[in-house]
Structure formats: structure tokens, C-alpha cells
Design a protein around this ligand. Structure first.
Ligand code: ZN
Ligand code: ZN
Length: 108
């Protein structure tokens, strides 16, 4: 087992080749820095089971270390708090819409 080569299913890029043997540009839009798709450049760090990163690959300019979290890309650093709030808000709106609709039963 190793990280020389593999396939990663990315949310943003679909299936693609990964591994430290795969040379590629940084995944940050507009950044052309050459890296390899090894663990050292992976958003989410070297722990494959950690849920905080997207698993895409960034150069050192586009990976950020935050407190108690492994290095992540710009999107994922913002992700946690804002995304959670967004999801909670959507759920609240959704259940409000649902109960409004069931309250107006017979409205056709
Ligand atoms: Zn990320
Ligand atoms: Zn970059």
C-alpha cells in the first residue's frame, strides 16, 4: 500500500489520479504552482479519515493551518462554521415551510 498512485473522487473535480507520483497544478483557481498530489499537499492533512478537508490538493500558499485542525484549503477553512449555520438555517426554513403546508391542508 502506498500513495504513489490512486484515484480520488473529488467533489469539485470528479474522479482523478492522485499520489505523490502525480504532478499537477494547485487546485486553487488561477494558481499554476506545480505540486504533486501526495499527502503533503492534501487538504485535510495526512489523515485520510479526517472529515475537515475536501481532499483536493493545494500548494503551500493555498493550504492553511488553523488551530487544532490539519492544513486545509481556503474553502474548507471557511466551511465549518458558516456551512453548519447554513445547513441549520435551511433545515429550520424547511421544517417551517412543511408545518405551514400541513397547517393549510385542503388548500388546492
Ligand atoms: Zn479543502
Ligand atoms: Zn496554489
Amino acid at each position: 500500500m502506498g500513495w504513489a498512485y490512486g484515484i480520488h473522487k473529488s467533489d469539485r473535480f470528479g474522479e482523478r489520479e492522485i499520489g505523490y507520483g502525480v504532478e499537477a497544478e494547485c487546485d486553487e483557481p488561477g494558481c499554476t504552482t506545480m505540486i504533486d498530489r501526495g499527502l503533503a499537499y492534501r487538504c485535510g492533512g495526512q489523515d485520510m479519515s479526517n472529515p475537515y478537508g475536501c481532499g483536493d490538493f493545494y500548494c503551500s500558499d493555498h493550504l492553511f493551518v488553523t488551530e487544532r485542525r490539519p492544513e486545509r484549503c481556503r474553502r474548507c477553512c471557511r466551511y465549518s462554521k458558516r456551512k453548519v449555520a447554513e445547513i441549520q438555517e435551511r433545515q429550520a426554513r424547511w421544517s417551517a415551510a412543511l408545518s405551514a403546508r400541513s397547517g393549510a391542508a385542503g388548500d388546492e
